[in-house]
Design a protein around this ligand. Sequence first.
Ligand SMILES: [Zn+2]
Ligand SMILES: [Zn+2]
Length: 328
Amino acid sequence: MLAMVLQQPRSALERELRDIPQPGPQQVLLKVRACAVCRTDLHVVDDELPDIRHPIVPGHEIVGEVVACGPGVAIAPGTRLGVPWLGSTCGTCEYCRTGRENLCDAARFTGCHVDGGYAEYVVADARYCLRLPDALDDVHAAPLLCAGLIGYRALTMAGDARRIGIYGFGAAAHIVVQVAHHQGRECHAFVRPGDNDAADFARSLGCTWAGDSDEPPARLLDAAIIFAPAGELVPRALAAVRKGGTVVCGGIHMSDIPSFPYALLWGERVVRSVANLTRRDGEAFLALAPQVPIRTQVKTFPLDAANEALQQLRAGTLAGAAVLVPGA
Ligand SMILES: [Zn+2]
Ligand SMILES: [Zn+2]
């Protein structure tokens, strides 16, 4: 099979022909139909996350079709499954036992510790795979598996906030605003100064306001979600939320947060991060997706153009999500 492999940190992915992997106990072998490209994949390439295995096949927004099952698994061949970032957990630690498996210290992440979906086939722990709504085709379903899921978890952390600011308008934001509007909330999009395309994209999705991230909002927000990996947005977002408001950092990696006056946090404002996902998040979000209904905007690339897709994501020139399609 063809796989796009990161041999060492901060290098281009290399085309490699490998044997198709065999599913072990509790695993399924999936033929990859689509794999979306996540900003986290850039953090993997740039070596900004701990304990990345090399060589590694990135990709953790995988839509695949069951081809074979390992011992202990009985899923009909042809069944469509989604493979998210959370590849497996220990199942026994305090976090795992209290509904917070996203925080498990022994969690293995897809496309970081175990090979992911930038390949024609992938093996995955069947207990962590997700069923996908029939309403969405492979290419449009793929971005739900991280951009959608993490965006949904971040939105949940914003509580019942009605006026929400969103900093960084990429794949996650374009999904989260659809959910937020469905829930009767109002979204304000803050984009990289001068990025008129991103602002137009946000307006086309019904955002009440869209403009530069260095501008204050016309009225204070109830909460803010930061998807851009830029630490300087934290004090800016704090200054934009009212007393009691929450700033949710939705990314897995962020540049350092500059120091800021305590007055920005005063008034019971909260800063928090969102880490990974639980299977329960996945099930809740994928049940909600067809009700919204979420429509993802995608740009497809052949599998062996993975480097080009990553480059476009890095440059910020994509509207919506990049999706790799093997055999395209
Ligand atoms: Zn655990
Ligand atoms: Zn991701």
